[in-house]
Write a protein that binds this ligand. Structure first.
Ligand SMILES: [Fe+2]
Ligand SMILES: [Fe+2]
Length: 166
């Protein structure tokens, strides 16, 4: 029953696993370079993508399929912050597009619960897109000063003992 849905759900698991790896890679490097705000954004988004994997996996098992824990792609070793944000924005755009198509396909196959799940994911990915888009705009508007501010903020927090976990 609903074999096509299981296939689409597993393709999405692979896509989400790729996003988790890529965003955690970006998190590590933003943290290493002292950009706490962006490090925190990538980490929080990675955790939300992990939540997506959980929702997808639960639905796969409900449909009596099995979860394939394969990433669609390996994380790319990008260390330039603007390139990270542009790549993340593009990943969110393509996830939102795919999930819209998958929702339509599930509707055609009369699987309304999986359709709703994909629609829920579209809303989250659009929100992620928007968050990354704002940061790309900030870098475009303020350039290196925007990143410098984040480094200064970290130094200030460390000096005053108010440093918090990203
Ligand atoms: Fe996601
Ligand atoms: Fe996302």
């Amino acid at each position: 029953m609903h074999e096509k849905s299981v296939e689409l759900l597993n393709r999405s698991v692979a896509d989400e696993l790729t996003a988790v790896h890529q965003y955690m890679y970006f998190h590590f490097h933003c943290d290493d370079q002292g950009y706490d705000l962006l490090a925190g954004l990538f980490r929080r988004t990675a955790i939300q993508e992990m939540g997506h994997i959980e929702l997808l996996a639960e639905r796969v098992l409900f449909l009596k399929g099995d979860v394939e824990m394969k990433t669609a792609e390996e994380a790319k070793p990008i260390k330039d912050v603007r390139e990270m944000l542009e790549m993340a924005r593009q990943m969110e755009e393509s996830s939102a597009r795919d999930y819209n198509l998958f929702a339509n396909e599930c509707a055609q196959n009369a699987d309304s619960v999986t359709k709703k799940l994909f629609e829920q994911l579209v809303a989250d990915e659009e929100r992620h897109y928007d968050q990354y888009d704002i940061e790309v705009e900030n870098i475009t508007k303020f350039g290196e000063r925007y990143l410098a501010l984040q480094s200064i903020e970290r130094s200030k927090n460390l000096a005053t003992g108010t440093a918090t976990e990203a």
